[in-house]
Design a protein around this ligand. Structure first.
Ligand SMILES: [Zn+2]
Length: 120
């Protein structure tokens, strides 16, 4: 993947992460004191790394946040966009729809078929 595309996905992931954290922040501050907001970006950064914060937000959001962080991690170590099963590059269109994916469409289809066969 060339630098331009890497930069594109990095920005895409970062903006999704930011949006999720804002959403989660609303959830958390809605559960506690309603005046408790985090307008300072530095506060938000520390909140983001706060494990308690992650524990307080909804499970689905937390999983997605962790997935996005993993994807950003893969961008940083140069393994982003590579299928973890077969090692082939994941198509760009697929990554645009699901930038957190770790499987190419073939492996994903195979995995889903396998899960169906198990009856789960
Ligand atoms: Zn694959």
């Amino acid at each position: 993947m060339d630098e331009e595309r890497v930069a594109y996905f990095k920005e895409l992931l970062n903006s999704r992460l930011e949006a999720l954290l804002q959403e989660a922040e609303k959830t958390v501050s809605g559960m506690t004191d309603e005046k408790e907001t985090f307008p300072d970006p530095a506060d938000r950064a520390s909140m983001e790394s706060d494990r308690n914060f992650l524990l307080r937000i909804r499970d689905r959001e937390r999983k997605l946040i962790l997935k996005i962080k993993d994807a950003i991690e893969r961008i940083n170590n140069g393994t982003f966009g590579i299928c973890q099963v077969c090692g082939e590059e994941i198509s760009e269109n697929r990554l645009k729809v699901r930038p957190v994916t770790t499987l190419c469409i073939d492996c994903k289809t195979a995995q889903e078929a396998e899960e169906k066969a198990k009856g789960s």
